[in-house]
Ligand binder design. Structure first.
Ligand SMILES: [Zn+2]
Length: 61
């Protein structure tokens, strides 16, 4: 079902919910493995999965 996962998503951790992704981000920040400016965002390529990272796309709308 996720065979067509976009190249950007391939190596990223995917979470089922925003809460899960938030918890993951928090733990990464606490470990110093990530910066607080990272975001949690819903991925359009992972069937509604959530990622921790930069929001895709640089445009504001
Ligand atoms: Zn994705």
């Amino acid at each position: 079902m996720t065979e067509t996962r976009a190249r950007k998503c391939g190596t990223k951790v995917r979470h089922q919910s925003r809460g899960e992704a938030s918890a993951h981000l928090r733990s990464l920040v606490e470990q110093g493995a990530a910066s607080a400016w990272l975001n949690v965002y819903r991925c359009e390529h992972c069937d509604g999965g959530w990622h921790v990272g930069h929001r895709p796309g640089r445009r504001k709308r």
